[in-house]
Design a protein. Structure first.
Length: 277
């Protein structure tokens, strides 16, 4: 069962999401799923992942960050101006708005999950969002990363020079052929908040457990990053997905699951349920 929703996030911003649950049980945990850079809630396997976790007795919310560049179409980057000014600060603010809305007494879904069993899951860059929002947050019981980053700085020196000289730089989207803009505000957010956004320091001090699910065949920097997060974390478990690439061997549009994706889903469900007993 899936129900869609929209939340105003200030200015001209909207958080669009979907709530998945197999039952209306007030005892089931809730996982908030954060997509990554150049990602969106309806990318490839993400709807399937939510459906499968629901089969495991876990309610799931997948959503689009308000400045992820995907608007009313839900599947196309039709708001590139917003993408160009998207920051971690904006994404953490979106998570704060979304979580407050979900937990509000009398809210649309508030009686269909246990408020004491809230988890945040992030894929790729979304893993950073999950840590930045969840670490030390008393509302969050546990954090899960899927092929997550260990460093918030995703921008090389060539792009930084282009932005400094022209006010905007561009990253190619190989799938769509679009040139995705990045403005100085995005760079400033990363540079001015280096200590605040230090993911290794965050996991080292946070009281919540961290579950790291990482494909062996992912990008080298992410494979090494998973090891660094695991070594730094106060309490963590690292699960290697053998032969797993960055999207656990699935593509967009979704053409079917893979053994690697199924293992990632099962590992996630096991972690959530183990922390709820």
């Amino acid at each position: 069962m899936m129900e869609s929703f929209r939340i105003a996030a200030g200015e001209d911003l909207t958080i669009r999401g979907d709530f998945h649950a197999k039952s209306a049980s007030p005892d089931q945990p809730l996982v908030i799923f954060c997509h990554g850079f150049k990602g969106f809630k309806d990318w490839g396997s993400f709807p399937y992942v939510a459906e499968q976790l629901a089969e495991w007795g876990i309610a799931v919310v997948r959503f689009n960050f308000s400045c992820n560049g995907v608007g009313e179409s839900l599947t196309e980057f039709d708001e590139l101006e917003k993408f160009g000014r998207n920051t971690y600060a904006r994404e953490v603010a979106d998570l704060t708005i979304l979580t407050g809305w979900l937990l509000e007494d009398g809210g649309v879904f508030s009686a269909r999950f246990d408020k004491e069993k809230l988890f945040v899951l992030g894929h790729s860059k979304g893993g950073a969002d999950a840590i930045l929002f969840g670490a030390g947050n008393p509302l969050v019981k546990g954090i899960i990363t899927w092929n997550g980053v260990a460093d918030v700085n995703l921008f090389d020196e060539k792009l930084r020079r282009q932005i400094a000289e022209q006010g905007v730089g561009y990253i190619a989207n190989a799938r769509t052929g679009q040139q995705m803009p990045i403005t100085q505000a995005v760079i400033d957010d990363v540079d001015r908040n280096r200590d605040k956004y230090d993911l290794l320091a965050k996991v080292a001090s946070m009281p919540q457990p961290l579950c790291i699910i990482q494909g062996r065949e992912d990008y080298v920097r992410l494979v090494k990053g998973a090891e660094r997060l695991h070594e730094a974390a106060r309490e963590s478990e690292l699960h290697w997905i053998e032969a797993g690439d960055h999207t656990f061997n699935t593509r967009h549009p979704f053409a079917g699951t893979s053994p690697q994706l199924e293992e990632a889903i099962e590992r996630t469900a096991a972690f959530v349920h183990a922390r709820c007993t």
